[in-house]
Design a protein around this ligand. Structure first.
Ligand code: HEA
Ligand code: HEM
Ligand SMILES: [Cu+2]
Length: 657
């Protein structure tokens, strides 16, 4: 029970200047934060307004802040790797360090950047888009956020305490078993993912219920905005995929902790079992993160083409089709591992079929733009750039799905280029489009377009410069996960170009941070609530939305209900009178999600080090939190009518409608 801690240097990673630098800067940053909060007396505010909040809008903002920080960390990881690959004859990163960095980069980008960014947008947009006052389970929503947050922190802590995992982002055994990875890094991996994964599953449940049960009267399923549809498909995938991840991590933990041999060849286990299970989650996972991006593009393209989205019904069916098919393609990740021709053929065909619904969507976006009066705002630019980028990335995916060809492409830089192209060109561009699009709704002021366009071009140019050469490197035989190569292979120049592209994207990111800082300073206020002259319900209320979102429950008649309402108003038609204000039922803030997640963090940290003295009391803490919640009855309140009136009047001052 005293675990695998032998000395101080096992605990604090020492001896590496980069890690020492990180330790010092984290310590300094923490001191600075504590100092600022204390000097400005902001602790109470932070606790009451944010850490204990169950308001979906605030939770959404916290998700996005955390994910942007993670984008920074994942991006620094990426650039360090790119530097090493541009200088293969140096030991800028030595082999072990390189392994650790591609592992943390992959995990952080997918699980701690893409997922929370996506959840942030779900939280901010979905209740507003369907005319609801909050999500179905606000308390659970807060718990999900804090589980994600502390899971991510636990994972990140490994960099300075104990050492990072280094068995790849999906931790295949036997490499990830105790015999091959005796350090604690892999334990951090398991517990970081396990804790945040439970949060993700809970979010999936929450949004499925929210969307199915809390839509405004009149909003039939086939009248939901396309983003809401994409969230529903993504969350349905989460419901089926994340339990597999939880079980896989639990079994790997049992292997490492108790010597259970689920995934070792001795004592009857089988590593192929792990590989199947992790991809049964892992493949749907990439669609879980990309489908909401499709939803965002659909909203943006309709708003800025000033046209109804083309092919609503086919969009919905395409999305559901992708969600279902995504569970039947997992084995394309290991065509080369000996499943046999029949199995490979089956999975090759199912994979190729996914190109069809995806293609339907692409054509729908193009047709929406066709003959539209397009406004080239930043959200629209990201959307337009996404289309060719994703088509090329998707097409190279189809090439990979040709099983015999994959024997050549597998684990080469061709694969690396494919997935970065769909992940950056699809997911990252999509979420950026979403952030730029909904920013005025989140904060009530707009982002500076000029700096935004700089960031856009830098990211785009950087992207192609970075990843296009990698296809050729892959075809030339360069494999993934190598930190050096012989200069005689002739890979040097293209790698150098690729690295330059990576840094151009890095500059793009700096421009975005600058853009946000600048826009906060300039504070170009949006008084209309409908900054882009958009189409869906979230734009019918003031920006930022009041605590209760809708003073009176909206009724919905059309797909783009707000747009139709505006048309009617313009024609001078009278709208039906709004019902009188009534007190609004709201959930109360709670400290339990935060405290419970801290306990989970403690338990995770304890298990990482085999410190049962820490893990068990922390788990007891978790149980006490659950009990405390079961016995708390004072969980809601009503906002009185005169307070609603006051808020509405203040918000509507200067508003157009
Ligand atoms: C958002 C993430 C994302 C998305 C959307 C996709 C989309 C696709 N992926 Fe990709 N993929 C990854 C992320 C993603 N992938 C990751 C992370 C890995 C590697 C993980 C690792 O090993 O670490 C991977 C690996 C991977 C492999 C494994 C290769 C190997 O390990 O050797 C394969 C093989 O089939 C594959 C195929 C596909 C296909 C066919 C699609 C399709 O969905 C693409 C469909 C889209 C189009 C085709 C373009 C638009 C369509 C048209 C314009 C219509 C006309 C086109 C045709 C009829 C062809 N992907
Ligand atoms: C900002 C630009 C980015 C650059 C320059 C970059 C660069 C890299 C590099 C150099 C590798 C290691 C390749 C290898 O040696 O095998 C890598 C791996 C990876 N990247 Fe990125 N990346 C970027 C963004 C992203 C994003 C946004 C995501 C996800 C949303 C992502 C997901 C991954 C994954 C999953 C791996 C595989 C890790 C593994 O092999 O275990 N990357 N990336
Ligand atoms: Cu896949």
């Amino acid at each position: 029970m005293w675990g695998n801690l032998h000395s101080f240097s096992d605990f604090f990673v020492t001896g590496d200047p980069m890690i020492l630098g990180a330790q010092v800067s984290i310590a300094l940053a923490m001191i600075a934060i504590v100092f600022v909060l204390t000097v400005f007396k902001k602790w109470g505010w932070l606790w009451r307004e944010w850490l204990t909040s169950v308001d979906h809008k605030k939770i959404g903002i916290m998700y996005i802040i955390a994910s942007i920080m993670m984008l920074f960390r994942g991006g620094v990881d990426a650039l360090l790797m790119r530097l090493q690959l541009a200088m293969p004859n140096t030991e800028f990163l030595h082999a072990e360090h390189y392994n650790a960095i591609f592992t943390t980069h992959g995990v952080i980008m997918i699980l701690f950047m893409a997922m929370p960014f996506m959840f942030g947008l779900f939280n901010i947009v979905v209740p507003l888009q369907i005319g609801a006052r909050d999500v179905a389970y606000p308390f659970l929503n807060s718990l999900s956020f804090w589980l994600f947050f502390f899971g991510a922190m636990l994972f990140n802590v490994s960099f300075v305490i104990g050492g990072s995992p280094d068995a790849g982002w999906l931790a295949y055994p036997p490499l990830s078993e105790l015999s091959h990875s005796p350090g604690v890094g892999q334990n951090f991996y398991i517990w970081g993912i396990q804790i945040s994964g439970i949060g993700s599953l809970a979010t999936g449940i929450n949004f499925v219920v929210t969307i199915l049960k809390m839509r405004a009267p009149g909003m039939k399923l086939m009248k939901m905005p396309m983003f809401t549809w994409s969230v529903l498909s993504s969350c349905l995938m989460i419901l089926f995929a994340f339990p597999i991840l939880t079980v896989t991590m639990a079994l790997l933990f049992l292997d490492r902790f108790l010597g259970a041999h689920f995934f070792t060849l001795d004592a009857g286990g089988n590593p192929m079992m792990y590989i199947n299970m992790i991809w049964m989650w892992g493949h749907p996972e990439v669609y879980i993160v990309v489908v909401p991006a499709f939803g965002i593009f659909s909203e943006v393209v309709a708003t800025f083409s000033r046209k109804k989205l083309f092919g609503y019904g086919s969009m919905v069916f395409a999305m559901i089709g992708i969600a279902v098919l995504s569970f039947f393609t997992w084995a394309h990740h290991f065509f080369t591992m000996g499943s046999g021709a029949d199995v490979n053929a089956f999975f090759a065909v199912t994979t190729m079929i996914i190109a069809i619904p995806t293609g339907v969507k692409v054509f729908n976006w193009l047709f929406t733009m066709f003959r539209g009066r397009i406004r080239f705002t930043t959200p629209m630019l990201w959307t337009i750039a996404f289309i060719p980028c994703f088509i090329v990335g998707g097409m190279t995916g189809v090439l990979l799905s040709v099983a015999p060809a994959d024997f050549q492409f597998h684990n080469s830089y061709f694969l690396i280029a494919h997935f970065h192209q769909v992940l950056i060109g699809g997911v990252v561009f999509g979420y950026f489009a979403g952030l730029y699009y909904w920013w005025p709704k989140m904060f009530g002021f707009a982002l500076d377009e000029r700096l935004g366009k700089w960031a856009f071009w830098l990211w785009n140019i950087g992207f192609y410069v970075c990843f296009m050469p990698q296809y050729f490197l892959g075809l030339d035989g360069m494999t993934r996960r190598v930190y050096t190569y012989d200069f005689d292979m002739g890979w040097g120049p293209l790698n150098l170009v690729s690295t330059i592209g990576g840094f151009i994207m890095g500059i793009g990111f700096i421009f975005q941070v600058w853009q946000i800082a600048y826009s906060i300073k300039v504070h170009k206020r949006d008084t209309t609530g409908d900054y882009w002259d958009a189409r869906t319900l979230e734009w019918s209320i003031p920006s930022p939305a009041p605590l209760y979102n809708f003073a009176t429950e909206p009724t919905v008649k059309d797909v783009d209900d707000w747009w139709e309402t505006k048309q009617k108003l313009a024609k001078g038609e009278k709208l039906p009178a709004k019902p009188p204000l009534e007190p609004i039922h709201m959930p109360k803030n709670s400290a339990i999600p935060f405290i419970m997640s801290v306990c989970w963090f403690g338990a995770g940290f304890g298990f990482v080090w085999d410190w049962l003295w820490m893990a068990i009391p922390s788990m007891v803490g978790v149980a006490i939190c659950m009990l405390a919640r079961s016995f708390s009855y004072d969980t809601d309140y009503y906002i009185p009518v005169d307070e609603i009136k006051r808020t509405e009047e203040a918000a509507m001052k200067g508003a157009s409608v």
